[in-house]
Design a protein around this ligand. Structure first.
Ligand SMILES: COc1ccc2cc(-c3cnc(C(=O)NCC(=O)O)c(O)c3)ccc2c1
Ligand SMILES: [Mn+2]
Length: 241
């Protein structure tokens, strides 16, 4: 049996190991362009636009309401949650499967062996009326979300005209990172307080698909806290996204 001099990684694994993992460890965020290619990327875009035009995207909710402050002034997106098995989501399912494989390779190198599950995919459209999303942290209080992955779908996006830049304010760093929501771009960042971020006002339809990957231990602790809370207050626990 000849000695195998090298293990041939697939392009996906090479991308994860040589680009994504080093960037996540050093900067806490990274993005990849041309993830699916034009054909598959356009198939995902077509399915998202069909969801939008058929009225399947609803106003994005907030984790908690603030008296006297309109929800829209905080986040103006319209969203739908998909598992990928729905009819008309075949291309979205292909995308989710690819991101799952990418993250599973990364997780083993990020010291996060416990990343075993993720949220459903949040299909979002900022309607282009100047709405954005104020500066926030996705997971400020240990709800289990470890990585945020956002796949952008916006062809010929010009921030000067359309705005809609995602600005990340990496904790403790002297710079901000402005990420254009460009077609076939995948952005990955730590979901916790390391990465406060905002969506600047958008002046054209701005499509994205987001999935959050959970740290299994933190997620189960958060679910336990939620069960204890609802048991002690006697409220019906709402299903969390
Ligand atoms: C309680 O139910 C829900 C349901 C959905 C929720 C979605 C978000 C969310 C968080 N971050 C972003 C973001 O940062 N987007 C960056 C970009 O598009 O470039 C975004 O678009 C949406 C927050 C809270 C939610 C609560
Ligand atoms: Mn966010």
């Amino acid at each position: 049996m000849p000695f195998i001099e090298h293990i041939s990684y697939t392009d996906l694994e090479r991308l994860a190991l040589e680009r994504l993992v080093p960037a996540l460890l050093s900067h806490g965020f990274c993005y990849v362009d041309g993830l699916l290619g034009d054909l598959a990327g356009s198939a995902v875009l077509d399915q998202v636009m069909e969801m939008h035009s058929s009225g399947q995207l609803q106003d994005g909710r907030l984790a908690g309401s603030i008296p006297g402050v309109s929800r829209r002034s905080i986040r103006g997106d319209k969203i739908a949650w998909v598992s990928g098995t729905e009819r008309g989501c075949e291309a979205i399912s292909f995308l989710l499967n690819l991101i799952d494989r990418l993250i599973s390779v990364c997780a083993s190198r990020l010291g996060d062996k416990a990343i075993r599950e993720r949220s459903k995919a949040m299909v979002a459209c900022y309607p282009g009326n100047g709405a954005g999303y104020v500066k926030h942290v996705d997971n400020p209080n240990h709800d289990g979300r470890r990585l945020t992955c956002i796949y952008y779908l916006n062809k010929s996006w010009n921030p000067k005209e359309h705005g809609g830049v995602l600005r990340i304010f990496p904790e403790g760093k002297p710079y901000v990172a402005d990420i254009k929501p460009l077609f076939d771009r995948l952005l990955i960042f730590w979901s916790d307080r390391r990465n406060p971020h905002e969506v600047q006002p958008s002046y054209a339809f701005r499509y994205a698909i987001t999935v959050w990957y959970f740290d299994a231990e933190e997620r189960s602790q958060a679910k336990k806290r939620f069960r204890d809370l609802t048991a002690s207050t006697g409220q019906q626990g709402s299903s969390s996204s």
